[in-house]
Design a protein around this ligand. Structure first.
Ligand code: GDP
Ligand code: MG
Ligand code: ZN
Length: 281
């Protein structure tokens, strides 16, 4: 039968609630939390790993479906981080959801900035862990989900607030573990609503994903640029300083968010410089 690897520790795996080991010909380090596997329930043996939609290195996690990118009025949003996470999601076939927490102190102005910047790029939801206003977030938990975002935006608070929201399903959800008190690098999946939440310290290595992207293909990871890409004068347009660049001109006319475009230019340069450095070094 088929199951999901929910936990992994020292050669043992929890597959859909059942303690298993891997069949002899399967290497333990080739099976990841999030893997869908074929296993023998009675013998408690994993027989086969099914094809993955993605595999992340840090955190070590397979088949991530959704990344909840949390931002808040305080600390001041780091839109560059959001943009990088969005590229990471696009590259790895992960659905991105922007979750604006601390709605209780959100100004109309910041709300407008967030809408103008991201409404064409990701689903945006507004919640408040403080007010227990988290039902929109709970509804978003579908498939394998993880949280990302700056420190102190309220990720732990949101998980705790949702804990109350979905009472009947959380028997398995260890509150303490989700608070990030775990010292190991191991990831576990916790059943939550219609899906799972990956209990992970964060996405420390997503910058490496950016380096795997050719800077000349970077614009392909910007869904908000897509409608205009065909209008650049040159097929090989880098969308940086070409005169008749539809992306640059759309950003100047406000059809594309100026903030998104500025960050695109910075990320483009970073990738390019890092590559030059790698070649030299
Ligand atoms: N005003 C307000 N404060 C919040 C909200 N959610 C969390 N906080 C506060 O933000 C701070 C950081 O929260 P925490 O959950 O530890 O953030 P994390 O680092 O992302 O896990 C704490 O002082 C929380 O009380 C909210 O919805 N509204
Ligand atoms: Mg936390
Ligand atoms: Zn262009």
């Amino acid at each position: 039968m088929k199951g999901l690897v929910e936990k992994k520790n020292a050669g043992r795996f929890i597959v859909s609630g059942i303690d298993c080991v891997a069949r002899g010909n399967l290497k333990d380090n080739g099976i990841f939390v999030g893997d869908k596997v074929e296993f023998d329930k009675n013998q408690r043996i994993i027989k086969n790993v099914l094809p993955r939609k993605n595999l992340l290195i840090r955190p070590p996690l397979a088949n991530l479906d959704r990344l909840i990118i949390v931002v808040a009025p305080v600390p001041k949003p780091d839109f560059m981080l959001v943009d990088k996470l969005l590229i990471f999601c696009k590259k790895n076939n992960i659905k991105a959801v922007i979750c604006v927490n601390k709605s209780d102190i959100l100004t109309a102005q910041l709300r407008e900035v967030i809408q103008n910047t991201y409404s064409k790029v990701a689903d945006i939801i507004y919640v408040s862990a403080k007010n227990g206003d988290v039902s929109l977030l709970a509804e978003q938990i579908n498939g394998i989900c993880a949280f990302a975002g700056q420190s102190a935006v309220g990720k732990s608070s949101l998980l705790n607030a949702m804990h109350g929201e979905i009472k009947e399903q959380v028997g398995d959800l260890a509150k303490k573990t989700l608070r990030g008190k775990q010292t190991t690098r191991l990831v576990s999946l916790y059943k939550f609503g219609k899906g799972y939440i990956a209990d992970t310290a964060g996405f420390s290595k997503f910058d490496e994903t950016l380096l795997q992207i050719d800077e000349r293909k970077l614009a392909q990871f910007y869904p908000d640029f897509t409608p205009y890409l065909g209008d650049c004068e040159y097929l090989s347009c880098t969308h940086t300083n070409e005169k008749k660049c539809a992306i640059k001109n759309s950003a100047a006319r406000g059809k594309i968010s100026a903030l998104r475009y500025e960050n695109y230019l910075k990320i483009y340069q970073t990738i390019k410089e890092n590559k030059r450095y790698e070649k030299k070094g």
